[in-house]
Design a protein around this ligand. Structure first.
Ligand code: HEC
Length: 224
C-alpha cells in the first residue's frame, strides 16, 4: 500500500477533466441510513410545507418522560422548568422567551415547536445538533403536557389532586389543606427570586457578575 499508485487527499489529478483527484458525490447520493423520507418526522412540515398539527410518532408516557428529561436539560435553562420563560439564563440577562402558556403558543401546531428546535427562532439558536429528531418530538410532547398542566380544568384532576388546588374545593378536608400547605403545588415566588447575593461564578473570573446578579434583569415584569 505504501508503494502502490494512489491519490492523496487534496492532490490534483491529470486523469479527470476538472483536475481534482477528490471526486464530488454523484448527484442524488444518499448515505446509508440517512434517506430521511418521512418528511413530517424530520422537518415537522406536511407536503404543503405547513407545520404538522399531529405528532408523527406515537406519544405515550415513556415518550413524555423522555421529553421531560431532555427539556430539563436543553430548554429549562431559558424557558424555566414550567415553561414560563423565566429560566436561570434569562434571570441572568438573556432575552426572555415568551411563556408557553400564552394563547398563541398553546394553539401553535406541534410542528412549530419542532421547527423552532430544528432551525432556531429569533434570538434562540437551534438545537439540531444536540437534540435528535425523535427527542425533539418527545420534547414537543412534554411542552404540550406543560401547557395542559397550566390550563387544565379542575374536573380533569382526580379527586385527591383537586384538593391540592388552592381555593378550588370548599369541601376539602382540613387534612388535605394541611397537605397542600406543607407541599405547595407552585413554588413560592420568594423561592424563585431569592438568589444568593454571592454569584455562582467567583469574583475575578472573567465575565463574573457582582452582587447585583441577584436582581431581576430590567426586561422582566416585577412579580408580586
Ligand atoms: C439560551 C436560551 C434558550 C434555550 C436553551 C432554549 N430557548 Fe427557546 N427561546 C429562547 C428565546 C430567547 C426565545 C424567543 C426568541 C425571539 O422571539 O427572538 C425562544 C422561543 C422559543 C419558542 C417560541 C417561538 C415562538 O413562536 O414565539 C419555542 C417553542 C421554543 N423557544 C422552544 C424551545 C425548546 C423546545 C428548547 C429546548 C430544546 C428551547 N427553546 C431552548 C431561548 C432559549
Amino acid at each position: 500500500m505504501q508503494d502502490q499508485p494512489k491519490y492523496k487527499p487534496q492532490r490534483g489529478s491529470e486523469f479527470f477533466a476538472d483536475g481534482r483527484a477528490g471526486r464530488p458525490e454523484v448527484e442524488g447520493t444518499v448515505a446509508r441510513g440517512t434517506l430521511d423520507e418521512d418528511s413530517a418526522f424530520y422537518t415537522g412540515k406536511d407536503a404543503k410545507g405547513d407545520d404538522v398539527t399531529e405528532f408523527p410518532i406515537a406519544v405515550d408516557k415513556t415518550v413524555i418522560v423522555r421529553g421531560q428529561q431532555r427539556y430539563d436539560i436543553y430548554c429549562a435553562p431559558c424557558h424555566g422548568r414550567i415553561g414560563n420563560g423565566l429560566g436561570m439564563i434569562v434571570r441572568r440577562g438573556f432575552k426572555q422567551p415568551p411563556s408557553y402558556h400564552i394563547d398563541r403558543l398553546r394553539n401553535a401546531p406541534v410542528g412549530h415547536i419542532y421547527d423552532v428546535v430544528t432551525n432556531g427562532y429569533g434570538a434562540m439558536l437551534n438545537y439540531a445538533s444536540q437534540v435528535q429528531p425523535r427527542d425533539r418530538w418527545a420534547i414537543a410532547a412534554y411542552i404540550r403536557a406543560l401547557q395542559y398542566s397550566q390550563n387544565a380544568l379542575l374536573a380533569d384532576l382526580p379527586q385527591e389532586a383537586r384538593a391540592k388546588v388552592p381555593g378550588a374545593d370548599a369541601a376539602v378536608s382540613a387534612e388535605m389543606k394541611a397537605a397542600q400547605a406543607s407541599q405547595p403545588l407552585v413554588p413560592n415566588d420568594t423561592d424563585f427570586y431569592n438568589f444568593p447575593a454571592v454569584p455562582a461564578t467567583p469574583a475575578g473570573v472573567p465575565g463574573a457578575i457582582g452582587a447585583g446578579a441577584s436582581k431581576l434583569p430590567s426586561n422582566q415584569p416585577e412579580r408580586k
